[in-house]
Every structure is written in C-alpha cells, then in structure tokens.
Design a protein around this ligand. Structure first.
Ligand SMILES: [Zn+2]
Length: 397
C-alpha cells in the first residue's frame, strides 16, 4: 500500500504508517516523486516553509470576523505515508498511546500483523514532519526558524497530540526567532498568536497579547482558520478567550454574560467607562452635582454641561447607554470617544472662570477612563495552567 504513495521514512524498522495529505504546489510536485520505504528518507524541500503568497488575500472585509484564511490552495490532495516507530509515537504522545492501545482497532492490528496504518487527513503535513523529526531524534533536520503559518500549524498539532513537553526546547527557539513579529495592536493574526503563546507556555507574550485583546478587541474573535484548504477550529484556551462566541448574524445582541477572561475584562471595563457618563448625567439631572457656584448656576451652567454631555454622547452613540456585550466597541475606542466629547459650561463660554472650563467635568471624565483602561494589563499564564501543563483551573475575575 505505501509503495503507491509518497513516503517519508523516520524509522527504517518502523511498524506504523501515518497517512497525511497535502495540497502540493506546482514547484513542490515537480521535485517530489513517489518512493518506496527503502529509498525514501528525503528531508522536506528546503523552501517548503517559505510562502510568498499573501496569507490573507481573500479577507479584505473587516466584516468577516471569525474565519481566518491561511494558505488556501486549489490543487488536489496527495497522500503521503510516514513510516514511523509506534514505540516512539506512544512514548512521545499520550494521544498516540491511547490510539495504539490493544483495545483499539489500530492497536489490535499492530499486535496481530506487526504493522498498522493510521490516516490523519486533517493534520498539516509539513508541520507533522517537523514533529516526527523531533519524536525520532532527527534534530539536524529540524528548522530553527519557522514562519508564522508553520508556527501556528505546529502549535495546533502540539496541542492536539499533547507534545508540549517534548517540543519545549524547539518551541523556545522558534518563538524567540520570530517574537518581534508578534503584532502590537489588534490584527487578524493576534488570536492565532495567542494560541501559539498559550501552547508554547510563553508568559510574557501571553500577557502582552491578552492586554491588546482586552483593550482593542470588539468582542468577536476568530475561532476558525483555513490551513492548506482545511477548515480548523483554533484551539483557543476557553477560559481565556473564545468560549463566548459571537453570533455574527444576530442584529439583537443578547445580555448573555461572557464566560472567558478576556471578554469579561473588556466588557466590565466598557461598562465602567459608560457608568462614568451615566453618573455625571444622573447627578446633573438631579441637581446634585454641585459644580457651579454662580447664582442660578445649577439651572444655567450645569444645565448646559448636562445638555452638551447628552448631545455629545448621543452623537458618538454612547447615549442612551449601550447594553452589553458592546459589539463593535473596544475599550480603547470608548476611551477615545469619551475624551473627545464636546462639553460646554456657561461659565466657560462667558469666561467667568476661563475659556473652555467645564468645572472639571471634561478632565474628570478623562481621568476616570484612563484609570479604567490602565487597569487592563493582560492575563497571567500561571492563572490558567499548572506548571506548563494545559490543565486549566477555574478562574474567577
Ligand atoms: Zn458655572
């Protein structure tokens, strides 16, 4: 069977064939020829990690929010067999250990015939080759620098097959080599980078990325990607992000409470900022603000402050106070809108105090929102893991 397909050999005495598939590019197809197990031990093509095409060609619309497309290609799938050692696979991965147990079909076949085949059509072939090289101790073949797409593919497979500990050394090297590429603002790559930081157990990157998400996310996250034409669910750490899925088709956002940490912090910060406006409006409406000492100050001067707050907030859609979950609003955007609110007072207009004076209302709003956003400092990886393992403990904000 394996003589009919492209084959790579990781152990000449291997007893297990893993069958993956790939959409080869034209330049890769011309370099690859079918080989037998005895002949093939070729390393992956030198340029197999180098993608020059834009990763996001087909995603120009910001409205397409939950599908990230990476390396979609139209060529047909080609099966590739990997001859590996079942012992190495079982030792490296608890998932393979489970698959090859005696009471599973592959395990039964392996014990009965001395060899078995496992199809893995969903897995990224080039990333899987790198992991097989690590598992079989072929460290010379392992690239020290891998681009973003490959790093994400590796993270997905490491998480799927529970290879965290085995790959820790190379994961450090790979991430150190490209950490300057991690976005410093909200982009479509940021959530995949969160997955990478999570799987690789990188506390600093995890904190920085979640800080950006807390401040700049609009409550909707990418949860799916296309890798080589395969649609995959990103292994987002549920308690961190992604458990609260936005219904993109809904025009009536619900008040359903978010359950993940990033969304909780984003939503509670926006709610706190909006309550600043609400509080000023409430106090001014009830004549309790005590801002202006002029005769008739409450009706004239504070009335003008109240009116301009309401007008300005309404113009930037912050009045009436929006309800959670505040889709299409980020903490940073709400902060910016609130700082730009045009607020006037009678005393400021008449230069009774000084031009532009709002009896401290404008400054008070700015100070309050700055305090709220500056409290968004990202999440600590240790709060979600036990000593590097992907064991999530309950997290209460
Ligand atoms: Zn006044």
């Amino acid at each position: 069977m394996i003589t009919k397909m492209l084959t790579q050999i990781f152990d000449p005495d291997g007893d297990l064939v893993l069958v993956l598939s790939k959409r080869f590019r034209e330049d890769e197809q011309t370099k690859s020829t079918p080989t037998t197990p005895g002949e093939a031990d070729a390393p992956p093509p030198a340029d197999s990690h180098a993608r020059t095409n834009s990763l996001f060609d087909e995603l120009s619309s910001s409205l397409i929010l939950n599908v990230l497309e990476l390396g979609k290609e139209a060529s047909p799938l080609t099966d590739v067999g990997m001859l590996v050692s079942s012992k190495h696979m079982m030792l490296a991965s608890p998932v393979f250990k489970a698959m090859l147990r005696p009471n599973f079909r592959e395990g039964e076949t392996l014990r009965a015939t001395g060899q078995a085949t496992i199809p893995l059509p969903e897995d990224h072939l080039d990333a899987f080759v790198i992991l097989l090289d690590i598992i079989h101790g072929r460290s010379k073949k392992i690239p020290r620098v891998v681009p973003f797409e490959m790093l994400l593919s590796l993270a997905i497979l490491i998480d799927k097959y529970r290879l965290h500990e085995l790959t820790r050394f190379f994961a450090e090297i790979w991430l150190d080599a490209v950490k300057e590429d991690i976005p410093t603002e909200m982009t479509r790559e940021l959530v995949p980078w969160l997955v990478i930081a999570w799987v690789f157990g990188r506390a600093d990157e995890f904190r920085n990325i979640t800080r950006i998400l807390e401040r700049e996310s609009q409550g909707r996250v990418y949860t799916k990607i296309y890798l080589e034409g395969r649609k995959l669910e990103l292994p987002l750490p549920g308690p961190v992000m992604g458990r609260f899925r936005a219904d993109l088709s809904s025009t009536h956002p619900t008040d359903k409470a978010p359950t993940d940490a990033v969304e909780k912090k984003r939503a509670s910060a926006i709610a706190a900022m909006l309550s600043v406006v609400e509080s000023y409006v409430d106090n001014l409406q009830k004549g309790r603000a005590g801002l202006c000492g002029m005769a008739q100050g409450t009706m004239c001067c504070e009335g003008m402050i109240l009116g301009t707050i309401l007008m300005s907030a309404a113009q930037c859609r912050l009045w009436p106070i929006p309800r959670a979950p505040y889709y299409l609003k980020s903490c940073n955007s709400v902060e910016e809108l609130m700082k730009k609110m045009v607020i006037k007072s009678w005393c400021g207009i008449r230069h009774v105090t000084f031009a532009g004076d709002t009896h401290g209302v404008k400054e008070g709003i700015a100070k309050s929102v700055e305090e709220i956003t500056s409290s968004l400092c990202g999440l600590e990886l240790d709060d979600f893991k036990f000593e590097g393992e992907n064991v999530v403990r309950s997290y209460v904000l």
